[in-house]
Design a binder for this molecule. Sequence first.
Ligand SMILES: [Zn+2]
Length: 245
Amino acid sequence: MKKFLFILSIFLCTSCSYKTILHADGTIHLKKGSSNIYLLQEKNQYLMIDSGTPNTASKIEKALQKNNISPDRISHLILTHAHYDHAGNAAYFQKKYGIQLIMGKKDISMVRKNGLDSHLCGQGLIGKIGKKNVAKQTYTPFIPDILIDQKFELNSIGFDGIILPISGHTEGSIVVIQQSKAFVGDMIRGGIFKNKVPKRHFFMCDIQDNNKDIKYISQLPNIQTWYVGHYGPLKNSDVLKFLNR
Ligand SMILES: [Zn+2]
């Protein structure tokens, strides 16, 4: 158990701060340990995708400040799913800055249970050992402003792109597509050591269904980069190789 907690601490990098990567396609990428938060800009407004692990909001605020982004200019926060390492600071940002929360309708029961998920299927050694610990992680619940259960056009809230509900990793998982970019949450991940190498996510129950979803996203027009919840980003060509391996 001690060994696992050590690996978990590296994985979450609890004492680390968020580093910023500015990608050529305009994606603002905040990265702490294995976890990613993304921001997309449209004129003077920002859309945030995922919110990191609980109690790291002040670190996110510091990273935003370094990038001259006032949280007041973030109009919406999209949660790719309701796990603690994606929705951990959603309540904080909603309450403090009035940021509107968007998430998949089918994950609402998880939010009501403070993020507890009793349906995790561990993949690989880390997934299998980590399952019990991850299943215990909680966060402050919140009431989402927009629930997604069908294709959602982001232009209705002033941004380019769409949201698609694609259950798999969780029932209410959603994907954001904007031009060449796919923000897929935990549909797939990058490698722990080789971050840009696509890997099966640690928690996935139906592998065939997961492959079907990955294939669907990879074949959407113009997709080049997969921005994943953990490690990454991934090239679409590498994701195709992962499917055909
Ligand atoms: Zn997850």
